[in-house]
Design a protein around this ligand. Structure first.
Ligand code: FE
Length: 339
């Protein structure tokens, strides 16, 4: 059946491309996001503006490499990725062009943007623990993970991963480099195993009891909560989530965001697209696509998993500061032996 449909549709698709490429403006988007809800997001933008989106999707670090390698000849207009550390890297390499936009400035909080890039959704890095092995009261703050009481209980992913680099960057900003390093050493001394795997691997290891406590980005937890697989929901039954540092600086948050590239050929369309991502309609899609929170405060995420997690106090540190501290953060982890 499928074999029959392809030859029938192919000429139509060609016709459609030919018809639109004559008159329509276009935009080349390099995106590290690949969620089904993003399809609707892009389709709506094209419907509203007539600007066609050509999308190149790849893993975060690969995209950045690609843009670097393409140099001045890069067709990319917009780069969208996750984590302030990666946006900062692109910024450091001088890939972004500054964008002045009243819309972006008024809708995106000042701590969630720089002159060159903008956050469009946020995620928190929370403490998770096995309900049977660790009490919530004992792991209220990131600092608790370094205390002797957690000896042999802590699981972590690599210290060189952007998520942990950004967390360390925040700790450096709040505690100072020396205390942050003492923290890293304390956590390393508490490792249940050498760092390995991604956030979901830490979650599963905590559920299985291999570790008592770990940290994870919230969208991985939300994904398991919303999963169709009973075994995923069982994982979540074993686990409790703690919003860290609610009595001090708040839970560490990171972002998904993007900016316009210096080499952009379609500058006007690029700014229109960034502004569109901050619109009420796009904010809901953008954030929900990866179970994140919208950055525009008037937009509520209609997402049962996020609602189930409840409200929390987020760290108000400018995400640009996270980006600035990344290089020191790596050195701190190296000195602490957090591979
Ligand atoms: Fe992730």
């Amino acid at each position: 059946m499928k074999r029959l449909i392809i030859p029938l549709l192919a000429p139509l698709a060609l016709l459609a491309t030919a018809a639109t490429s004559v008159s329509a403006e276009e935009l080349n988007l390099y995106s590290a996001r690949h969620y089904q809800t993003d399809e609707a997001l892009y389709a709506n933008f094209t419907k509203q503006t007539g600007i066609r989106i050509n999308r190149i999707e790849a893993k975060e670090d690969e995209l950045l490499e690609r843009i670097r390698n393409e140099g001045a000849a890069s067709p990319a207009d917009i780069f969208i990725t996750v984590d302030a550390a990666r946006l900062a890297k692109a910024d450091e390499l001088g890939l972004f062009a500054p964008v002045k936009s009243k819309v972006l400035e008024s809708r995106i909080p000042a701590n969630l943007r720089s002159a060159d890039w903008f956050a469009f959704s946020t995620r928190a890095r929370v403490i998770i623990h096995n309900k049977d092995a660790v009490k919530s009261a004992d792991v209220q703050d990131y600092e608790d993970l370094a205390k002797p009481a957690m000896k042999g209980k802590v699981c972590m992913r690599s210290g060189s991963h952007p998520y942990n680099l950004s967390l360390m960057s925040a700790l450096i900003a709040h505690l100072g480099e020396q205390k942050a390093e003492e923290w890293a050493k304390g956590v390393v001394a508490n490792f249940a195993r050498a760092p390995k795997g991604g956030d979901t691997d830490q979650i599963k290891a905590v559920a299985a009891g291999e570790c008592g406590v770990a940290v994870s980005n919230t969208y991985y937890l939300a994904r398991l909560m919303r999963s169709d697989k009973p075994e995923d929901r069982k994982v979540m039954e074993k686990i409790a989530i703690v919003w860290p540092n609610q009595k001090s600086f708040g839970a560490h948050i990171n972002i998904s965001g993007g900016g316009m590239l210096k080499t952009a050929q379609h500058k006007e369309a690029a700014v229109k697209f960034l502004e569109y991502l901050a619109s009420d309609e796009a904010q809901g899609y953008f954030a929900d696509g990866n179970n994140e929170w919208p950055v525009v405060s008037s937009v509520a995420a209609k997402n049962p998993a996020l609602e189930a997690m409840g409200k929390f106090r987020a760290d108000a540190l400018p995400v640009a500061t996270l980006a600035k501290n990344t290089a020191i953060a790596q050195k701190v982890y190296d000195r602490a032996g957090w591979r």
